[in-house]
Write a protein that binds this ligand. Structure first.
Ligand code: ADP
Length: 647
């Protein structure tokens, strides 16, 4: 695979190295590093995951081949698995197994690695933990979530099952304190767990839009100050059925807030609800919106195990006790050699092969994974969720000189995602032929001919039509008999791994073209490091004088710089240069080809009004999106990424 060879031995940046040292290199019990290079991480992860292949083959050459390809994919940073796989693969397993040359590896060595796995080898990022409406069940969920968060997994919960505040409790004569009060318990639990010794925990709380406590829930993060802060939670309102909700809004109808286990019922105007959501999202970015009904429509097992919540960043809808491991392909590296999205290019074969091996890696992770609870193991093995996605979209568009916020940009996004979906579903079907279907396959929608995503209209573009035809042929053909994984595609935020890959994150436009990052040097001093987007330098480096560089650092964007030509400005857009509508349309075209979901923020300018936020909600109701996250520039006091001038 040519493109992998190109990137195999490229130096990683100082920034990526600092992150590796900070969080990813394994340490011994005394805190001394036992790893010092990305190469060692890639070897450890590839070998640990490849050891799962002993479940399918006793041919050592075959397993060595898989390990070599996994290693090259990761070493080149063309494919990087989610952080828990990087943190936990090979952990606590004798280092001697990982030092051995690949040609000396025996079947017995692979078996030993596989059999030496312990609870420390938890490899997935995404979980949903259920609870029932009882104190015992709520505190079981706290414990279950703690076990997941300890090893670096993110957890989502559906709090809608809890009866509203003030409902009677049989037996005690008392009153329930309601979902929001219990969220604080989860928040405290999360705050006391430092994940894998390296990062803070993250959780998602979901509540149905017609739960009687919905207003309290919407307000639960409004005053993000002091001690009483749900700072380990993202919150989302589940508008289960977008078309019903749209009708209520359009006709200015009332909505009945109710819960099956409570006498408490209230009537409110649907418009009141959407206004409150918009107001708070305008203020703080929370709540987000989820359309779980749409998730279930495209989920092949929804009749048996409907999804009830998502992981913390919203890209992975899951049923109770569901879990998913993710991995991302850096398309900004791939576009250098592969004509991505073009259905007639001969370079497509190379992409197809890369996608096959990436899916095989993720499927092996399901085997190699040690799950924190037997219920999670049970459903994950029965359905085999995996999430292959992309990162580096913005940088890829810069390289191809296509504006993110243009028709051409959107066609590129749609075609690449369609190609990814098609190839990864072919891979999952190919693996099913070799390894067997996911155990629940016969109960799923696949045997009846089922396409697990919406697709775009054939008329949009001739290449889109070609991908659509191939997809239809697959799902109405061999996918009716063979499917290894219930879902295969998820686009993660790639918050950490895109930094390791030195690429733009997920499907987001770059937030800043330049910024100053403070790093700690060997002497322990904090030193400023000026980052400038490498593609900008590569394409128009000659234009970027020291003076202009300073200007870019100040604003993070080039739109205000007079000496830069307009055609360059059009290409090198940032998240704040792009209109909210263009953000939403990007999400729509990409989501049209994803069976799970994607992480995407709709950035709005600081000057946006509450009505502007509301109009995004209304637009989203008509598109193929499965949720919505809004962020108004500067609305949070502790904005993570900001231009230097505003600091
Ligand atoms: P990474 O780049 O570290 O692999 P992403 O930013 O792509 O992670 O996030 C993917 C998913 O991983 C999130 O939606 C969430 O489920 C989980 N995750 C990310 N960060 C955290 C965290 N700090 N704590 C718990 N889970 C996390």
């Amino acid at each position: 695979m040519r493109v992998i060879d190109d990137w195999l031995n490229k130096e990683i940046s100082q920034n990526a190295m600092a992150i590796l040292q900070d969080r990813y290199f394994l340490k011994d019990a005394d805190g001394n590093y036992i790893e010092n290079t990305w190469d060692e991480v890639a070897k450890r992860v590839a070998r640990h995951v490849a050891s799962a292949e002993i479940n399918f083959s006793q041919d050592v050459k075959e397993i060595q081949k898989a390990e070599t390809i996994f290693y090259k994919l990761i070493r080149s940073r063309i494919f990087i698995p989610n952080s828990p796989t990087l943190f936990n693969a090979g952990k606590t397993i004798d280092k001697q197994f990982f030092n051995k040359a690949i040609e000396d590896m025996t079947i017995d060595d692979y078996k030993q690695i596989f059999n030496l796995r312990t609870k420390h080898n938890m490899l997935s990022a995404c979980f949903v933990v259920p609870m029932e409406d009882s104190l015992a069940s709520i505190f079981d969920a706290v414990k279950n979530a703690a076990l997941i968060m300890k090893y670096g997994g993110g957890v989502g919960y559906d709090f809608s099952v809890l009866r509203p505040k003030g409902s009677s409790i049989a037996g005690t004569g008392g009153k329930s304190s309601g979902p929001v009060s219990f969220m604080h318990v989860f928040n405290v639990a999360a705050s006391t767990i430092e994940q894998g010794g390296s990062r803070r925990a993250a959780q998602m709380a979901v509540l149905r839009y017609d739960h009687p406590d919905v207003f309290e829930f919407i307000n639960s993060k409004k005053d993000n100050k002091g001690n009483n802060v749900l700072n380990y939670f993202n919150i989302s309102i589940n508008i289960d059925n977008p078309s019903t909700f749209k009708r209520l809004i359009e006709n200015d109808e009332e909505l009945l807030l109710k819960h099956p286990d409570s006498k408490i019922q209230k009537k409110v105007k649907a418009r009141e609800l959407i206004d409150k959501m918009a107001e708070n999202a305008w203020k703080t970015g929370d709540p987000g919106v989820l359309f779980l009904g749409r998730h279930n429509e495209y989920y092949a097992m929804s009749e048996y195990t409907p999804v009830t919540a998502t992981n913390p960043c919203g890209e992975e809808p899951l049923p109770p006790f569901g879990s998913c491991n993710l991995g991302s392909l850096d398309i900004s590296k791939l576009v250098e050699k592969i004509d991505l999205g073009n259905p007639t290019s001969s370079t497509g074969e190379e992409f197809k092969e890369i996608v096959y091996w990436a899916v095989r890696f993720l499927d092996d992770v399901v085997e190699a994974n040690v799950f924190p609870l037997k219920e999670i193991e049970e459903i994950t093995r029965r359905q085999r969720f995996v999430g292959l996605g992309i990162m580096g979209l913005a940088d890829a568009l810069y390289k191809k000189e296509i504006p993110y916020n243009s028709e051409d940009g959107r066609k590129f996004m749609a075609k690449v995602t369609a190609q990814l979906a098609y190839y990864s579903h072919l891979a999952s079907t190919g693996l099913a032929k070799e390894r067997g279907n996911f155990p629940d396959f016969e109960k799923s929608k696949y045997p009846n001919g089922f396409i697990p995503f919406a697709m775009l209209d054939d008329q949009i573009d001739k290449d889109i039509k070609i991908w659509n035809d191939k997809i239809r042929e697959h799902f109405y053909g061999e996918a009716k008999q063979y499917k290894r994984n219930v879902q295969t595609n998820t686009v993660a935020p790639t918050g950490s791994i895109s930094n390791l890959a030195d690429t733009s994150s997920g499907i987001e436009p770059n937030f800043l073209l330049s910024y100053i990052r403070y790093m700690t040097n060997k002497e322990g001093e904090r030193v400023p490091l000026t980052y400038i987007n490498p593609v900008l330098i590569e394409k128009v480096g000659a234009l970027i004088t020291d003076e202009i560089k300073e200007e870019i650092v100040k604003k993070g964007s080039i739109q205000h710089i007079k000496s830069i030509p307009d055609d360059i400005k059009k290409i090198f857009v940032t998240a704040v240069d792009i209109s909210p509508e263009d953000h939403l349309l990007a999400q729509h075209v990409i989501q049209s080809y994803l069976d799970a979901s994607c992480s995407k923020t709709i950035n709005m300018p600081n000057t946006a009004t509450i009505d502007d936020v509301k109009s995004m909600y209304l637009k989203a109701l008509d598109l193929n999106v499965k949720g919505l996250t809004i962020y108004r520039d500067g609305s949070l006091e502790t904005q993570v990424l900001t231009t230097t001038s505003e600091n």
